[in-house]
Design a protein around this ligand. Sequence first.
Ligand SMILES: [Zn+2]
Length: 40
Amino acid sequence: MENVVEFFKNLPSKQCTSCGEKIEEQHECYGTQCDSCNEL
Ligand SMILES: [Zn+2]
């Protein structure tokens, strides 16, 4: 059961809604899209 806990701990806090790319916390101002999709 400990493996389940570790799984959720390692989940990314945010993910791009367009391509599914992981979004770093420093990009939170961009909303729900990654840097690449945001520039489109
Ligand atoms: Zn993206």
